[in-house]
Design a protein around this ligand. Structure first.
Ligand code: SP5
Ligand code: ZN
Length: 354
């Protein structure tokens, strides 16, 4: 059997979410470091080659994201700790209490707020994505993992898996959320473009719509974003994006494909949608593929109502492998610790081809 090259980094374990605040209620965080250790353990046991990430500069990252977002993430936890909030209210994680929405500002100029607890909501769009002491190093480490994976594909590896954590597909150019801080898959797509691939496809199999990746490439004809996910119209995160009528804009018209699926969708319907996506990637004429590999569509995952099996994920990998494209698979969601490793492993088995 063909095996993938796996890229990982110790830095990715440094982000410890501690909690998520959802509808005002503090619940334990689900995007845990153990996700990465479980995946790595399983992939090593299955005989995949494992390589440490190499440090990369900020060049691609700063073209994908607003440099002010990157600077905010790099500095905000330190500012928070120095602000007195931890002593005053007992909160040592950065969490917004106010988001300056377009409706609030109503045309007023954007100002740089003095208070760090106000700046927190300028760059983060939800209350579930807390910043702790190791968050920046982990998110930046995930970018290094991703860029190292792209380099390896450039060096002739047909399939490279970026064990990126925290995940990234919910991050837009200038706003983070959904347990994500920096958009690893978008960095992969941009780096593949820079490496000479004229057309790159991003296929997002995470249970949730990758609103960040979609937004980043929505106006561009050179990167196709295609996703199958639980229908935001049925009340699921990210709620405001992921609808079938979002097909791209301007030069990017036709280069965005959303296939929202009902709660309870099982392998058959999920794989039909995946097949439509694979055909679209073929028709698009991509010369490289990024897979946003979330495994939270699995039946046993606590965060989504899709009912995909291990066999479904393996077949999805195999269908994408038929495209015959150099592939960077980037880890996104997946929260059931006992099966996250095997779900990733079978998907890579499929992606590696017969
Ligand atoms: C990368 C990824 O899969 N992000 C998913 C973020 C969606 N989270 C939505 C959570 C909605 C409420 N969850 C409450 C359960 C608390 N554990
Ligand atoms: Zn997800």
């Amino acid at each position: 059997m063909n095996r993938a090259l796996v890229v990982r980094s110790e830095a990715c374990l440094l982000h410890v979410p501690s909690a998520e605040i959802w509808v005002g209620v503090r619940t334990p965080g689900t995007e845990l470091p153990e996700r990465a250790t479980r995946i790595e353990q399983t992939l090593r046991a299955a005989g995949h080659r494992v390589r440490d990430a190499a440090a990369h500069d900020d060049d691609v990252l700063l073209r994908v994201h607003d440099p002010r977002l990157v600077e905010h993430l790099r500095t905000v936890h330190g500012r928070w700790m120095a602000s007195g909030i931890p002593e005053l209210v007992g909160q040592d994680r950065v969490v917004p209490y106010l988001m300056p929405t377009a409706g609030m500002l109503d045309g007023l100029p954007e100002r740089e707020p003095v208070a760090v607890h106000a700046a927190a909501g300028r760059w983060c769009y939800d209350t579930m994505t807390l910043v702790g002491p190791g968050t920046w190093e982990a998110a930046r480490g995930a970018v290094d993992v991703t860029l190292t994976a792209v380099d390896a594909v450039g060096g002739g590896e047909p399939l490279v898996y970026a064990l990126a954590r925290p995940p990234g597909h919910h991050v837009t150019r200038s706003a983070y959320g959904g347990s994500c801080y920096l958009n690893n898959a978008a960095v992969a797509a941009q780096a593949l473009r820079d490496a000479g691939h004229d057309r790159v496809a991003v296929v997002d199999v995470d249970a949730h719509h990758g609103n960040g990746t979609q937004a980043l490439f929505y106006d561009r004809a050179d990167v196709l974003y295609a996703s199958l996910h639980v229908d935001p119209g049925a009340g699921w995160f990210p709620h405001y994006a992921g609808f079938a009528d979002e097909t791209g804009r301007g030069a990017g018209a036709g280069a965005n494909l959303n296939l929202p699926l009902p709660e309870g969708t099982e392998d058959g319907r999920w794989l039909e949608a995946l097949d439509r996506i694979a055909s679209a990637v073929g028709a698009f004429g991509a010369s490289a593929l990024v897979v946003s590999l979330g495994v939270d569509a699995a039946a046993d995952d606590p965060e989504s109502p899709l009912q995909v099996t291990h066999d479904g994920y393996e077949r999805a990998g195999a269908r994408l492998a038929e495209l015959g494209l150099p592939t960077v698979a980037v880890q996104e969601g997946g929260y059931h610790l006992d099966t996250i490793g095997s779900l990733v492993e079978v998907t890579l088995r499929g992606l590696a081809g017969p």
